[in-house]
Design a protein around this ligand. Structure first.
Ligand SMILES: [Zn+2]
Length: 374
């Protein structure tokens, strides 16, 4: 079940838990080296997309991507206040905010930008999933009387994942991670494990400096999709498998715009460490994305906004990892070794990796499990 820690440790042991949760933090460390790329040529000529952002704080900027549709895009080379992407929809009757970001400052930037365009009612703020970089700023919305919407599993997973870090013993928290790096059998494994050790303090610190705010409008996945009528603008909220087991997307079919959360990254390897991540489910979700109108604009969870070529690249990344993993599986390489042995091909050298043990490693171990490995 658990993709990232040793197959020999029980799922719910403390060591296992810490090994898993710590890996989220690696994102923050890696992000700062990724300046935001320019808009793709196809979108630079798209009349729906404002070529200049309507607001820019450095760490994030807001761009119009449709009629009443806005994308908040992070540039982590300039700051960590948002970390993930988001956006908002403004109809005649109401607005909908997307993502709580990693901090109240980030959520506040998005809210303030919305308020420069509309003083009208806000239906809610929707977290696309529970991960910290999408939810730790939720308290800003709560403090402003904005209801918080999310997949019904989100509240519990925020508490299980981040609530337990609050007040936890830091040395005990780090010990298993350091041991994992120390006991690594190969140089690659040590490098990947050390990468996590170096980054783990970030998530711990974020969790310990955040007042957690849980969604008060849980959406039962069995009752999705739902349509939200914002007044001349209809958004559809859907759930799809892949990244976290709590993933929602917001689609505006009439304008061919989709806010995907982390089910899509643009120009980054997939992050599949979550215990509820499913590679086969995720690849099937990407097929669904490719079935949308060819002019669809995707607002990904991380990276620049893109068209279907961004989805195709993500599919190709999964295919390449799966292809190499399958060769290793068939030649008898154990999962825990294979996880460190993927080779980034030249054609993907420009594709970023948040942290190996968050992304490529767990994608391989998950694939092994899908193929029936122990
Ligand atoms: Zn995520």
């Amino acid at each position: 079940m658990n993709p990232t820690s040793s197959a020999t440790t029980p799922l719910y042991s403390r060591r296992n838990f810490l090994g898993r949760t710590s890996q989220w933090s690696a994102m923050m460390a890696a992000y700062q080296f990724l300046p935001l790329p320019k808009l793709a040529e196809s979108l630079a000529g798209d009349a729906r997309v404002s070529q200049t952002p309507i607001a820019d704080k450095g760490f994030a900027s807001v761009r119009k991507v449709g009629d009443g549709l806005y994308a908040t895009i992070s540039d982590t080379s300039k700051g960590f206040q948002t970390l993930c992407n988001g956006g908002f929809l403004v109809g005649k009757d109401a607005a909908l905010l997307i993502e709580g970001f990693v901090s109240a400052t980030g959520a506040g930037f998005q809210y303030d930008t919305l308020r420069t365009l509309s003083k009208g009612p806000i239906m809610g703020a929707l977290d696309t999933h529970y991960h910290y970089d999408h939810t730790m700023g939720n308290a800003f919305y709560g403090a402003n009387g904005i209801s918080l919407w999310a997949h019904a599993g989100v509240g519990k997973r925020i508490l299980e994942s981040y609530g337990v870090m609050q007040g936890a013993d830091k040395a005990a928290f780090f010990a298993p991670l350091e041991a994992r790096a120390k006991n690594a059998k190969t140089e690659a494994a040590r490098k990947h494990a050390t990468e996590l050790v170096g980054a783990v303090g970030n998530i711990f610190n974020v969790a310990n400096s955040t007042i957690l705010a849980l969604p008060n409008r849980p959406l039962d996945p069995a009752k999705l999709p739902i349509k939200l009528d914002l007044g001349g603008l209809t958004a559809v909220v859907e759930t799809h498998p892949g990244h976290s087991g709590t993933d929602l997307i917001v689609r505006v079919p009439e304008q061919n715009v989709v806010y995907t959360g982390d089910l899509l990254f643009n120009n980054l390897y997939p992050v599949a460490f979550d215990e509820q991540a499913t590679v086969s489910g995720w690849r099937s979700t990407l097929k669904t994305f490719l079935s949308y109108d060819k002019d669809t604009i995707f607002v990904p969870g991380h990276g620049q906004i893109g068209g279907r070529e961004a989805v195709q690249l993500f599919v190709d990344l999964f295919d390449d990892v799966a292809g190499q993993a399958e060769k290793m599986y068939k030649s008898g390489v154990p999962a825990e070794d294979a996880a460190d042995q993927y080779v980034v091909p030249d054609k993907f050298k420009g594709v970023s990796i948040f942290a190996w043990n968050l992304s490529i490693g767990p994608t391989i171990t998950k694939l092994y499990k899908e193929w029936g490995a122990k």
